[in-house]
Design a protein around this ligand. Structure first.
Ligand code: ADP
Ligand code: ZN
Length: 741
């Protein structure tokens, strides 16, 4: 009899041990098996055979084996197990992360003909007019407006639109239906086609040298990490494409990770043009059906290049010769639920196991990656210039204290920014305006008692969204929302006022400063509806928007050649946060956003408004001086013993009372310190109230461990938690955290 170790997709469960069934068949690692679990029967994944069972438990047999060989390739199973261990997560959660998405609906619809709905010109007009449309009809029209070729009717049904909504729109001439073969190909619905890449385009000398060097590294067929540090607009995408082509020619495959596909459709589209049918894309914005089809094609070996977000690092791609991580510094590579992995770091481990070249690309590399590059652990490849010798944007810093002195304390757009924006409108060029804070006003306060309107569930103040009758106060953490009261809830006084401002207010200010300008806003609130992000970006690209106001979303990777002005309102928002990465993040954001200006033929300009014009991350971002920032920041990190000089694990304990959370965290602190004894390898800080001390009704205490000994750090902590099983559910362990909140 053989014992089989099985991961079941049930959060929190450890690996389970079963024995072979009566036929004695031993499943392959990575095969799906049907196993009994309590009174249920579930499908699990075999992660090991010849397990040593725990003698005390009765071992049940496997019911069925669903796959002859591996369903999930063995190396991907091993990668998932590494992820679970490294990030102190349950094996089941990690295995769940590598499973293909479930297909809803029937698989049979894959190659039938279906009706595809597309919007008509009348339909487009109807969106803009206040015509008598129902909410659903409007939603359908907006969805369709965001696509080039329309959306198959079954997909609309999947998104909850009844077929009579569609028939009514057709009857009114707002939508047409055509019959087509269904091809669950996400590219057809992406609504964006990059201008065909010119294969004969001459690389700049810098690009050429970079490609040669990287090609040689890939040709070694051995693991190596290279950091492609290229200023914004230096043409990194072109390098990814050429290198991928070279690796593919050598018979190996390419995995390319991007922070957010919806924001970089260009990349996916360029890869599609270069590699045709043998490209798959994987990200959560696709329908389950689309993702599943693509996943199956990858697994069958029909795919040479996978472009995807974080979770694509677990794609069942074999013979991987190159893994590209674009914008490697981006925080969206970190998953904020268990397993809390960083896709970039898992990519490096995958590359190591596959003997592949891992290429990390960024204009603003993370401190960690640059540190390794400087130490020679990674190969460093530099692109110091923009393509065609286009200059970087000229940056002006506006000291808002002077602006307040001249124009009064309520000014939001400085004189310099207003006139620069007007000049762009006159020249029919485009402007981006960044404020990394959503909403209209950031707090409501009482002039009489100085109280603020806070979230009843979280220790944060509510943010005002909307104006006039539509005004609501909302919690950005738990989504609690309420009408803004007329009187102060604390002292009943009538002097409630609002303070601080977010993107909605900036949008309103731009409209009143530039009447007639076509203004739009891009932030999480503005793109709630699926498809609206792509639609908005397409409108901006087509020149139908003059000024786009937004949060950090507008800073990411876009290549809009007609943008010649970038305005940054409150460049220092991110500096006030209780997080050792605050300066790094501010530097990255400002550098990236000023990098959006002047990518076309006309040179770019950036205007950065701040109350801290002397702060080094603002100064150096404005000078686009990455090396100087790195040196300066490194001193701080070394002095404070923060990464890259040490590793950290952030642990949050939640409880019903503040005292309870602090006591439990204190208990963990003691246990971890005891485990370390007088070896002094683990530095434990805390317990302390977490920066957000109360969240969704639970109180939160925090302990932080710093150490160069990752394994000991993790083990001490896991043992401490295991000693108090009821605490496990209330404890969040974050290894290599990116956010300390
Ligand atoms: P990055 O990702 O480094 O910011 P991109 O890859 O987006 O830069 O390239 C910036 C722009 O320059 C794009 O419009 C791209 O098509 C163009 N480009 C890239 N390489 C060349 C080249 N060798 N010659 C002309 N234009 C180029
Ligand atoms: Zn809340």
């Amino acid at each position: 009899m053989t014992f089989i170790s099985v991961a079941v997709p049930v959060p929190g469960l450890d690996l389970l041990t079963y024995r072979t069934g009566s036929d004695g068949r031993v499943p392959a690692i990575g095969a799906r098996v049907v196993v009994p679990l309590g009174s249920r029967v579930v499908t699990g994944i075999v992660v090991g055979v010849d397990a040593t069972p725990d003698a005390a438990t009765a071992i049940k047999p496997i019911r069925d084996i669903l796959d002859e060989g591996a369903f999930i390739p063995g190396d991907v199973i091993a990668l998932a197990r590494w992820t679970a261990e490294y990030y102190a997560a349950g094996p089941s959660e990690a295995i769940t992360a590598v499973l293909p998405p479930k297909t809803r609906g029937s698989r049979a619809d894959a190659h039938k003909t279906v009706r595809v709905a597309a919007i008509t010109a009348t339909g487009l007009d109807a969106i803009g007019e206040a015509r008598a449309l129902t909410r659903k009809q409007r939603d359908v029209l907006e969805l369709l407006a965001g696509t080039a070729d329309g959306i198959p009717a079954p997909q609309l049904a999947q998104r909850g639109f009844a077929s009579d909504t569609l028939s009514r729109l057709v009857a009114h001439g707002l939508v047409t239906l055509r019959v087509e073969r269904v091809d669950r190909d996400p590219f057809s619905a992406s609504g964006y086609d990059a201008a065909a890449i010119d294969a004969s385009r001459r690389l700049t000398p810098e690009q050429g040298a970079a490609v040669e060097r990287l090609r040689a590294l890939a040709g070694n067929r051995a693991f190596r990490v290279a950091l492609l540090h290229g200023v914004t607009g230096s043409g990194k995408t072109e390098i990814y494409l050429r290198l991928s082509a070279a690796v593919r020619e050598s018979g190996r495959r390419v995995l390319m990770l991007v922070p957010e596909i919806a924001l970089t459709p260009v990349v996916a589209s360029l890869f599609r043009q270069t590699f045709g049918e043998r490209v798959a894309i994987q990200h959560s914005g696709l329908s389950d059906g689309e993702r599943h089809d693509q996943w199956q094609r990858i697994r069958r070996g029909d795919i040479d290049v996978v472009v995807g977000t974080r979770s694509a690092v677990f794609a069942p791609l074999q013979h991987v010769g190159l893994i590209i991580v674009d914008e490697e510094h981006d925080a969206s590579y970190k998953q904020d639920e268990s397993p809390r992995y960083n896709g970039r770091d898992v990519a490096i481990v995958r590359g190591q196991r596959a003997g592949a070249l891992v290429l990390l690309g960024s204009a603003t590399p993370s401190m960690e990656s640059y540190f390794h590059a400087m130490a020679g652990k990674y190969e460093r490849v530099l692109l110091a210039r923009r393509v065609l010798d286009r200059p970087l944007a000229a940056v002006t810093i506006v000291d808002m204290r002077e602006e307040y002195a001249a124009e009064g304390p309520n000014v939001i757009l400085s004189r310099a920014l207003r006139s620069a924006m007007q000049a762009r409108l006159d020249r029919r060029e485009q402007t981006l305006i960044l404020l990394n804070r959503r909403g209209f006003a950031t707090a409501v306060f009482c002039r009489q008692c100085a109280g603020t309107l806070d979230c009843p569930n979280c220790s944060v103040s509510l943010v005002v969204h909307g104006e006039g009758a539509a005004r609501r106060a909302r919690c950005h953490y738990c989504n609690y929302s309420t009408r803004v009261p007329a009187a102060c809830p604390l002292c009943a006084g009538p002097y409630l006022d609002q303070t601080g401002f977010g993107t909605e207010r900036v949008e309103a200010e731009v409209r009143s400063a530039c009447p007639g300008a076509r203004v739009a806003r891009l932030d999480r609130d503005a793109i709630r509806r699926k498809g609206s992000l792509t639609a908005l970006l397409a409108k901006f690209r087509d020149g139908d928007i003059d000024v786009l106001v937004g949060t950090q979303m507008i800073a990411k990777g876009h290549d809009f050649p007609r943008v010649t002005l970038v305005g940054v309102v409150s460049a220092d928002v991110g500096l006030g946060v209780a997080d050792f990465r605050a300066s790094e993040r501010t530097f990255q954001l400002l550098t990236q956003v000023s990098g959006r200006a002047g990518r076309g033929e006309n040179p770019g300009e950036a205007i950065v408004q701040t109350l801290y014009p002397d702060h080094y991350s603002i100064q150096l971002a404005c000078r686009q001086d990455y090396a100087a920032f790195y040196e300066k920041e490194l001193l701080f990190r070394r002095a404070m013993r923060y990464p890259p000089f040490t590793s950290i694990v952030n642990t949050i304990v939640r409880a019903r009372t503040f005292a309870g959370a602090m006591d439990d965290a204190a208990d963990l602190v003691h246990k971890v310190r005891d485990a370390d004894g007088d070896r002094g390898r683990l530095r434990v800080l805390g317990p302390a109230p977490a920066p957000i001390g109360k969240l969704r009704g639970e109180y939160r205490a925090q302990l932080l461990i710093k150490s160069a000994h990752r394994k000991q750090m993790r083990e001490a902590l896991l043992n401490a938690v295991a000693a108090r099983p009821e605490l496990a559910r209330r404890t969040t362990i974050d290894v290599d955290p990116l956010s300390m909140l």
